[in-house]
Design a protein around this ligand. Sequence first.
Ligand SMILES: Cc1ncc(COP(=O)(O)O)c(C=O)c1O
Length: 422
Amino acid sequence: MSEISGMNVQELVSQFGTPLFVYDESALRQKLHDFTTCFQSQIFATRVVYASKAFNCKAMIDLIGEYGCGLDVVSGGELYTALKTGFDPSLIWFHGNNKTPAEIQMALDAKVGTFVIDNEMEAEEVLEQIKEKETEIDVLFRVNPGIEAHTHQYVVTGHVDSKFGFSLLEKDVIFDTAKKLQASGKIHVRGIHAHIGSQIFDKQAYVELVRKMFAFAKELHDKGFDVTDINLGGGFGAYYTSEDHPVPVKEVCDTILRTCEEENSRTGGFIRQILIEPGRSIVAEAGYTLYTVGYLKQTPNKTYAFVDGGMSDNIRPALYQAKYDAYIAGKENLLSEINYTIAGKCCESGDILIENIALPKAEKGDILVMKTTGAYGYSMASHYNKLPFPAVVFVNEGKARTVIERESYEHMTELEKQEERS
Ligand SMILES: Cc1ncc(COP(=O)(O)O)c(C=O)c1O
């Protein structure tokens, strides 16, 4: 019997329909527990800041609050959702390379705790706006430490051309900008932030990052800035297929914190707080997408199984050839004798969810369960071909609750205007 957190998959489909995002709530809780208990140090205050771009909705943000984590938001929409849940704004880190004036105003009015400053012009905008306000904020500078890490490798580059952050090759720009912000009396330069990639399986990349960040923090400290915080971003790997070998949470947290402790004593011991920003590694593996298999089609070289969703609810395979594993509910014990191409229903040849997966013989009406879809699936969904957004349910110990309703055709069209016909 196919189950997710004690709930039968067929029952989920009868109750909620397909396509359907299902999160195993106990798996989400386990990850939050692992990160918050493993990311602890005798020397530093620590904070796990959930990168909500991976999956942002009210129920998820409530869980984040329950575990005492911070929240990374990058837009007015992500911020609005957090504020709607009553999330403590002092525990919000506001990111983004092009925060609009309206978003900056919204964040200042909401008393968001920390702005992560991405470029000089943004700093000017914040400076201009804060003059008129009672509020005070902390800032971190997003820097490019020149380390790019993806899966099994990392490379050290000059990294001058990224759209994100200040290059460490232009330190004077950071010093000048920091001086201007600090001079306002309302903006406190607390430290630096970096995010070096995604699906990082090589913990040495974080060791390298920590060393570079402490070295630059020391330069800021020596220039007279009271820097206390280093935020090392996210990028921790998740398990999608047997090709992936994520570093266990405890191991990566220990590696980071022990290196921070070493670097801190080497550089003078002024850093007081270390932060990380996991997104994918908290939500990816807890998520599943349930699809109904529609038609099957044989071509000379492929056997297609078409499903009732596709790139509209999961753009990752089309966008960067992301790989997934899947099974057919109720057929787990049958022989996987056919190599299928799982294709969505969107009008794009590239709308392929899984290329070449061995499964038992599929039939119309089967439920295909795609695994590890909890990160950057729903949050990157589109209305392409006017497909409504799927529903999202959390399942825990045999009980399911809707956390996002399925969108209807009425929802999708309610903002559209039509000229009156006489
Ligand atoms: C600034 C920042 N922090 C954290 C993350 C989360 O990364 P991940 O989901 O790979 O952990 C991202 C992802 O793009 C990011 O840009």
